[in-house]
Ligand binder design. Structure first.
Ligand code: CP
Length: 312
């Protein structure tokens, strides 16, 4: 059986291209499973997984939980807001107490960049990063690339533009690593104040003009402005941001070519994307969410297979 080159999923930057293809091939199998009348396999009956969310989430939290249930794993759900973290317990103490209950794997979302890697070095469990601050969101990038592969047949050679708040976006960073590794051409587009200074050193080009970027691309990934991570104003007003970087139906129609629209969610309708675009046939936003379950099943299955021998 083929295996991943890593024992944890901490970020796309730690993976190899072969890992991405293995995850996609495994997800193809699980996508077929979750479209059957009986959507469940017994593969991880002997595995216990704790989902630790120290930051809000809808898609990632529910998608991991469903993926684990579809694989027949036992699961624990932990929400920091209702936990003893509020009484001052440290991250390592919290996780070691959970692991003492015979937990094998920890899926964690945390506001601090590097939190997943820190945990992997300090506790004895397989760690899956479900988003660490502004650093990485590896399963989001995997499901985005998988959705592009599903739409176009392959990712290699495709032109992808990532639009919006790149500076605060773990989705952008993980997408850049994944798309580059898979041989796509990547451009980023957004206000200069929301682009990291040395972003081109990651192998992407900057196109400040949204219309030019959209004319160039096969697919556009529209990112949310992350107001919750901003300590100051990065642009004069939301109205001006939308005028320059919002994707509207008139703009889409003016391109005179069909492009595919992605969005990781949650969307700010009327800011980075209009409702008409988000709900159009060119948007694959809900396909991304569906693929998220298959991708997370694949990631958990492949990592768990390094802990135990799962039943096929
Ligand atoms: N895309 C994403 O991470 O969404 P959530 O914050 O709802 O999990």
């Amino acid at each position: 059986m083929k295996t991943l080159s890593v024992d944890h999923l901490l970020g796309i930057k730690y993976l190899k291209e072969d890992d991405l293809h293995l995850i996609f091939e495994t997800a193809d199998h699980f996508k077929e499973v979750i479209n059957r009348p009986i959507k469940k396999v017994p593969s991880l009956r002997d595995v216990t997984i704790a989902n630790l969310f120290f930051e809000n989430s809808t898609r990632t939290k529910l998608s991991f939980e469903l993926a684990e249930k579809r694989l027949s794993a036992d699961i624990l759900n932990f929400s920091a807001a209702q936990s003893s973290v509020k009484k001052g317990e440290t991250l390592i103490d919290t996780v070691n107490n959970i692991l003492a209950m015979k937990v094998d794997m920890v899926v964690m979302r945390h506001p601090n960049p590097g939190a997943a890697e820190f945990l992997s070095k300090n506790v004895d469990a397989c760690i899956v990063n479900a988003g660490d601050g502004t650093h990485e969101h590896p399963t989001q990038a995997l499901l985005d690339a998988y959705s592009i592969r599903e739409k176009f047949g392959e990712v290699a050679g495709k032109r992808i533009v990532i639009v919006g708040d790149i500076l605060h976006s773990r989705v952008a960073l993980s997408n850049i690593f994944a798309l580059n590794m898979l041989g796509a051409e990547v451009k980023i587009c957004g206000p200069k104040s929301l682009l990291p200074k040395h972003i081109e050193s990651l192998g992407v080009k900057v196109e400040p003009d949204l219309k030019k970027a959209l004319r160039w691309c096969d697919a556009a990934n529209m990112l949310r402005v992350q107001n919750e991570r901003m300590d100051k104003s990065y642009f004069p007003s939301i109205r001006e941001y939308t005028q320059l970087y919002g994707l509207t139906l008139p703009l889409l129609q003016s391109l005179r070519k069909e492009i595919t629209i992605l969005h990781p969610g949650p969307m700010n309708r009327g800011v980075e994307i209009s409702s008409e675009v988000a709900d159009s046939d060119q948007a694959i936003i809900l396909d991304q969410v569906e693929n998220g379950v298959a991708i997370r099943m694949a990631v958990i299955y492949l990592l768990a297979s390094k802990l135990i021998k799962p039943q096929a």
